[in-house]
Design a protein. Structure first.
Length: 136
């Protein structure tokens, strides 16, 4: 991922954060995934009174990519209002594994501090990930 893609990805996640629906946790999150061809898909968290039905921003962004026919995630950025960087939950990590490789870059940052984004890989976040081999 080059610096232009990184900047575009972080900006898209920050824009998505503005639309987050988080009246219960008041923890707003935006995410954006970079797919093949440089296309970016964004999502925000969408909470629900039945908290188990809440959608995390990362899964919304992946869902948008898949719905558009893009099933190969090259990078992801996740932004929150803070106070801590928004590392993806276990469910989101597993969903990302379905569409990304272990060396896929993961950027996390607090809104207003995008230059200080922390960086890791999906494999570092979810070592020994469960992968089901499918027949094509």
């Amino acid at each position: 991922m080059n610096s232009s893609q990184r900047s575009r990805l972080l900006d898209a996640a920050e824009r998505a954060l503005r639309n987050a629906h988080a009246p219960y946790s008041v923890y707003r999150v935006g995410a954006a995934v970079l797919a093949d061809g440089g296309k970016i898909f964004a999502g925000c968290n969408v909470e629900n009174a039945s908290y188990g039905l809440t959608l995390c921003a990362e899964r919304v962004a992946v869902g948008a990519a898949v719905a558009a026919g893009n099933k190969n995630i090259r990078a992801i950025a996740i932004i929150s209002d803070g106070p801590e960087v928004p590392w993806p939950c276990g469910a989101c990590r597993q969903v990302l594994v379905e569409f990304a490789k272990d060396d896929t870059p993961v950027l996390v940052a607090i809104r207003g501090h995008l230059r200080a984004a922390e960086h890791t890989t999906l494999g570092a976040l979810l070592p020994h990930a469960f992968r089901l081999e499918t027949k094509s």
